[in-house]
Design a protein around this ligand. Structure first.
Ligand code: P53
Length: 480
């Protein structure tokens, strides 16, 4: 086999999900309510996830897709068997914090919740699948939001640390790859989802967001410290919603704007990978007059406990301009961008840019020189199953093939270090952005619709067999 066509030996192929988007069973076995439960499908969703509309409990007249999601809580054995059949080497999933600590501030964990994930991890190992665990994927117990205001409050550090200690101790030997916070930079764009923050009338929103960011960053360092102490085998990563920002033109004003927007996102990873706040951030806070509370001890934790690897999601590149017109914006994404006229778009207006993945990999590698892990990538599309649930999803295969080739080039031709690749929503699940089921990413079709109807039946799509071949040939079957 030509070396150029293959991935490095031991490359971790797999798929990714998040607890709130697939588990359902939101009240089972002592689980507590979380922010992610009370975000409905429909026109109010965006205002709620961005912290502008307060919804702290279920309200009449709304549908909440996370309550049942795809009921993976009761289907996980069947689902992991299907991942095993595809040959997954790794499966990225997240822990629902409120299964482990239902309110978040208890001293003792909920055994039923711990047992659920223990069984799940054991099931993975049956098939030689290494779990890759996101400690928090946009979830925060509601009690911590109502009582403490979410991550704006320093008390969250203590609760998160307890969660981490519990997980690292209990799952020692079962899990060695950990991610501290999913898409940590999303906190700035969707603060209720990213940090359990709902803004109060008249408060300084920037100050609240960056204070919460500081708390999450210190929490991430604490987690890294603990993970290494409890088991030196543990590898801890940060997680960025990535996608290089291109300037709309070569006008230096546009280039400057694109650089500013990249800084907003790299800010988090600069801290997690390099151990200190970048000067551009300190200057920004100074200009805005933000007063952030941080201790010397916080800063030394950040310095001493940087991450082992850098993981990121990649769906698209972005475009920025100094003087954009509102009409040029792409639709349907909390992660705003201008339209790139050179690229096609998905049915949800997300632009498709495989070369952008190679560019993003190179930029991140140049910036940090730490091993990388692509933990989300994929195409959300409308599927048309036949009577057996079979979907001829060539559009999804084309998207993934092009992105896999781009990352193969980044590894084999550019020399970046990439540990693995997990496609997003390897089994159809609820969309984080819109709450829809109709926006599907999976190799496995799930019979469930936007209104909550369907049998939860799983069936294999064409891409299921395709991805199986990709993994079995370690990427070589894709050809040039
Ligand atoms: P969906 C946008 C909006 C919300 C979450 O997104 C996002 C993004 C993309 O940058 O991030 C991730 O479901 C997230 C997943 C999510 C996935 O993108 O809106 O980590 O939870 O499902 C895809 O199509």
């Amino acid at each position: 086999m030509s070396e150029k066509l293959s991935f490095p030996a031991g490359f971790l192929w797999g798929g990714a999900t998040a607890a709130n988007q697939c588990e359902g069973a939101y009240q089972e076995d002592g689980r507590g309510l979380a922010n992610v439960d009370v975000v409905p499908i429909g026109p109010d969703r965006l205002a709620i996830i961005t912290g502008r509309k307060k919804m702290f409990d279920f309200e009449e007249g709304y549908f909440y897709p996370a309550q049942e999601a795809i009921d993976m809580y009761h289907h996980f054995k069947e689902d992991i068997a299907l991942f095993g059949e595809m040959g997954f080497k790794t499966y990225r999933l997240s822990i629902a914090w409120s299964r482990i600590f239902p309110k978040g501030d208890e001293l003792e964990p909920n055994e039923a919740g711990l047992k659920f994930y223990e069984d799940l991890f054991k099931e993975c190992h049956k098939y030689g699948i290494e779990p890759l665990v996101t400690i928090t994927h946009f979830d925060c117990p509601m009690h911590l939001i109502k009582e403490y205001g979410g991550w704006r409050n320093r008390k969250l550090l203590e609760f998160y640390e307890r969660l981490c200690r519990t997980l690292f101790t209990r799952y020692k030997g079962l899990v060695k790859y950990w991610l501290t916070f999913n898409e940590i930079n999303m906190l700035l764009h969707a603060p209720f989802m990213g940090a359990g923050i709902c803004f109060e009338e008249g408060e300084n929103e920037e100050e609240v967001k960056f204070q919460a960011a500081h708390h999450e960053l210190v929490a991430s360092s604490l987690a890294t410290k603990l993970a290494h102490e409890i088991d030196p085998e543990n590898k801890v990563g940060c997680m960025l919603a990535a996608g290089q920002c291109y300037p709309r033109t070569c006008n230096p004003e546009d280039v400057w704007q694109a650089m500013q927007e990249d800084h907003e996102n790299f800010f988090f990873i600069d801290v997690q990978a390099r151990g200190e706040y970048p000067n551009y951030a300190k200057k920004y806070w100074e200009r805005l007059g933000l007063k952030l509370q941080m201790t010397e001890e916080d800063l030394s934790l950040l310095k001493e406990h940087t991450v082992d690897f850098i993981s990121f999601s990649y769906y698209s590149s972005r475009v920025a301009a100094a003087n954009p017109e509102a009409s040029e914006e792409t639709e349907g994404n909390v992660f705003a961008s201008l339209k790139n006229p050179y690229l096609p778009s998905s049915e949800w207006g997300w632009q498709i840019d495989p070369l952008g993945l190679r560019i993003t990999l190179n930029i991140i590698w140049d910036r940090y020189q730490k091993p990388m892990f692509i933990v989300e990538n994929g195409l959300g599309a409308i599927d048309h199953p036949d009577e057996n649930g079979y979907v001829e999803d060539d559009y999804r295969i084309d998207y993934l093939a092009a992105h896999i080739k781009a990352m193969r080039q980044a590894i084999n031709e550019d020399g970046v270090v990439l540990w693995g690749y997990t496609t997003w929503g390897c089994i159809d699940l609820v969309s984080a952005g819109t709450g829809e089921m109709k926006k599907r990413y999976g190799f496995i079709y799930v019979d469930r619709d936007n209104e909550g109807k369907g049998s939860f039946k799983r069936s294999k799509k064409k891409s299921f067999y395709w991805y199986k071949d990709v993994i079995a040939s370690n990427g070589a079957c894709l050809g040039d």
